[in-house]
Design a protein around this ligand. Structure first.
Ligand SMILES: Nc1ncnc2c1ncn2[C@@H]1O[C@H](COP(=O)(O)OP(=O)(O)OP(=O)(O)O)[C@@H](O)[C@H]1O
Ligand SMILES: Cc1ncsc1CCO
Ligand SMILES: [Mg+2]
Length: 263
């Protein structure tokens, strides 16, 4: 398997232009902590979020939305049934779905559920190093929702997970690595401040779900999602004085990003 190569600026510019043009409708089945932030991130970027969670409605909606996100951060038994119904319906309708395996490996029910979901053809999986290593069943000591591993330590796990599941896998941290199992791209940028507010990873996963639904090379689309978010994060951090002012600056930076300046 090849060494990571940097994502090209030209590819990010092209993907963002396509994302804005298509304005995907993104069905988010996400955790209770990040609902509003996730919706605001998608709106700032020019997509349309919808948080539909009842099992029957979710199955109905995932068949018509552009993309589905499943995030297990505040999973319950009944939510897992609704998520599975939505995933199966998205697959039947030929829609792509993506997974954020929050704290997988640390807790039994979500771990079992995430492994079950891997059999349902996810288009993309986005997690931190602990999560990606747990999902690929590498030896890890998961601590919950924060990663204890440098993302580069998880590259091999990400490649293995991509080959096992067929998904493009993004493992995020100081540098993000995105792989289809054969090719691996690196995305730098971002800011440590992104880890001092809740939900940047979860919102990134919703953006990944949207980009993964675009036509073209899915590896490049998912890496572009990571770059759009890391660039907005680094711009916001440059003007924020702490976590409180970071959030509005981050939404503004997402809104103001243009394909022209990315190229
Ligand atoms: N040390 C860092 N330096 C720069 N950027 C970072 C750093 N750590 C994380 N990021 C960026 O923050 C974003 C979220 O990634 P992270 O790996 O922190 O997700 P996460 O652990 O799932 O977060 P959460 O669960 O709180 O939503 C990504 O865009 C990533 O590139
Ligand atoms: C803090 C927290 N607890 C469950 S989900 C969540 C947000 C994950 O990023
Ligand atoms: Mg997370």
């Amino acid at each position: 398997m090849s060494q990571p190569i940097p994502l090209s600026h030209h590819d990010v510019a092209h993907s963002l232009a396509l994302f804005r043009q298509q304005s995907p409708l993104i069905h988010c089945m996400t955790n209770d902590v990040v609902q509003t932030f996730t919706a605001n991130v998608l709106l700032a970027l020019g997509a349309s979020p919808a948080m539909v969670i009842d099992a029957e409605e979710a199955a109905q909606f995932s068949a018509v939305a552009s993309a589905l996100l499943v995030n297990v951060g505040t999973l319950t038994r009944s939510r897992s049934a609704a998520m599975l119904a939505a995933v199966e319906s998205a697959n039947r309708a030929g829609r792509s779905w993506s997974l954020d395996p929050v704290a997988v490996g640390a807790l039994a029910f979500r771990t079992e559920f995430c492994h079950q979901l891997l059999n349902h053809q996810p288009a993309a999986i986005r997690g931190n190093a602990s999560e990606i290593m747990a999902l690929a069943q590498e030896a890890v000591s998961g601590r919950g929702v924060d990663s204890r591993h440098q993302s580069d330590a998880a590259i091999q796990a990400a490649q293995k997970l991509a080959l096992q599941s067929g998904a493009v896998v993004a493992v995020t941290g100081e540098v993000d690595f995105v792989t289809d199992g054969q090719r691996t791209l690196s995305v730098s940028g971002g800011s440590p401040l992104m880890t001092r507010v809740v939900g940047t990873g979860c919102a990134l996963s919703a953006v990944v779900a949207g980009f993964a639904s675009l036509p073209g090379d899915r590896l490049i689309q998912v890496a572009s999602a990571c770059r759009v978010v890391s660039l907005a994060g680094e711009r916001a951090a440059a003007i924020a004085s702490g976590p409180g002012s970071f959030i509005p600056a981050f939404l503004d930076a997402l809104y103001l990003l243009t394909p022209e300046e990315l190229a």
